[in-house]
Structure formats: C-alpha cells, structure tokens
Ligand binder design. Structure first.
Ligand SMILES: [Zn+2]
Ligand SMILES: [Zn+2]
Length: 238
C-alpha cells in the first residue's frame, strides 16, 4: 500500500515518512535496467531523474509491481521502439488476465528453471521462489542479488546466491505472514548467504526503522544490515 497509508493514524504514517512501492534501477556498463514499475513509478522517475531505461525486468505481476507500466509510455515515445520486458511465462500470463499488454513492450520470456540467463546482453541469473501461490523471480547480476515478495523458497535458491556480496531482500512486516518472510525470517535468510551487505526493502508501516533493531545473532560479523529507503544508491560489482 505504500507508506503513509491513506487514513492510517499510526505514528509512522503520521510522521509522513514516505516509502513508495518497491522498485530498483540497475545501471551496468551504460545499460539501465528497471526492476518493476509499481503505481509510484511516475513519481519515482521524476524524483530520481529516471529519464530513460533500456529494459524492464519484472519480478511478478502484483499491482504494487506493475501498476505503473503504462507510465513507461514516455520512454516508448522517445525511443520510438518497444521496451524489452524480461519476465517469466507465469508473470506474463497473470499480467494478461489482469489487464491488456500494451504495445509498449516486447516480452522476453526467461528460462523456466532457475539459472543463468542473458538480459540485454548481460549475463545474469533468474531464480524462482514463491509469494504464497504466486511464482516470483529474483535476479542476480554480478555480486548483487535482488529478492522481493518472498514467502516460501526451496533450499536450492542458495546455490544461485553463492558468492554474492550484496543482497536486497523484502521484509515488509516484523513477523512472517502468508505473503512475506517478515524481518526475522529475512534476516535468517540473509545469514545463509555470503552477502556482507544486506538491505531490507518493501517495508510496511509496521516497521519503524528508527527503533527496530535487527533480530538474531550473526555468525558473519562482517555483515552489515540496513533498511533500504527511497532513493538509496548501492554500488555493486558486475
Ligand atoms: Zn500506518
Ligand atoms: Zn510487493
């Protein structure tokens, strides 16, 4: 729902700490890849001067991740060509059942199974997990992995994360729910990877980033964890 939530009297919503819907822009060797375009895309693009992208990558087709797709039309108009859109068969099918696929995009279907793939000529890895009954894709580029809207996964996922240094993972709430791991389980997940920098994203108004401390103890003392925030820039190696 984003933060602040309309009409919510809670302290976080009242202090108007804005958390727009989760998205990320990857810049790799001059290529700009946008991960998801939720209903806040237009505002995010204006705020952070995202004036063009080379491709769109989708994680899944829930509204908070695709609600702003139509606002990418300015990029289509300027380039006068369709925007490549990388996604799974399932995401494409669900997108079709929710709304028409506008002619703005050329879909590129990712391999059905988790593993290496090529995105805009770049070596990447797309791996799958679940948000309740929805199949969701995570992505790895170099030493960075981006995982959002995860509630269930198979242990095999860690084989695709081997050697990563930076992990972006959704937390949403403090406790686990049918749709999200929650901060506690997200921390436990991160601890099972080699990431020494972990950023928690997709935070709801339940998480007061000023007072919540990270649960659990860390075997990897070098690991730094932080709450992501709108406009955060992270460097990674590709
Ligand atoms: Zn609230
Ligand atoms: Zn979401």
């Amino acid at each position: 729902m984003g933060v602040p939530i309309i009409g919510c009297p809670c302290a976080i919503c009242q202090r108007k700490e804005e958390r727009l819907r989760s998205s990320a822009l990857l810049t790799i060797g001059g290529k700009k890849l946008l991960i998801d375009a939720g209903p806040d895309f237009r505002r995010q693009a204006l705020l952070h001067k995202v004036e063009d992208i080379d491709a769109l990558i989708l994680t899944h087709s829930h509204y908070d991740h695709i609600g702003g797709l139509e606002d990418l039309r300015i990029i289509y108009y300027q380039k006068k060509e369709k925007i490549p859109c990388y996604l799974s068969t399932e995401t494409l099918q669900e997108w079709r059942t929710k709304t028409h696929i506008t002619p703005l995009f050329s879909p590129y279907i990712l391999p059905e199974k988790s593993g290496p793939c090529t995105i805009e000529g770049l070596d990447a890895c797309a791996f799958y997990f679940w948000q309740n009954d929805t199949k969701v894709q995570g992505y790895r580029f170099g030493d960075l992995a981006y995982i959002t809207d995860i509630s269930d996964y198979e242990e095999e996922i860690f084989s695709h994360l081997s050697g990563i240094s930076t992990l972006v993972i959704s937390a949403c709430n403090l406790k686990r729910s049918p749709l999200h791991l929650g901060l506690e389980c997200a921390v436990a997940f991160a601890e099972k990877t080699s990431a020494n920098k972990v950023f928690f994203t997709h935070l709801s108004h339940e998480i007061d980033t000023r007072i919540v401390s990270f649960p659990g103890s860390y075997s990897n003392v070098e690991q730094t964890q932080a709450f992501a925030y709108d406009g955060l820039t992270i460097n990674f190696t590709y």
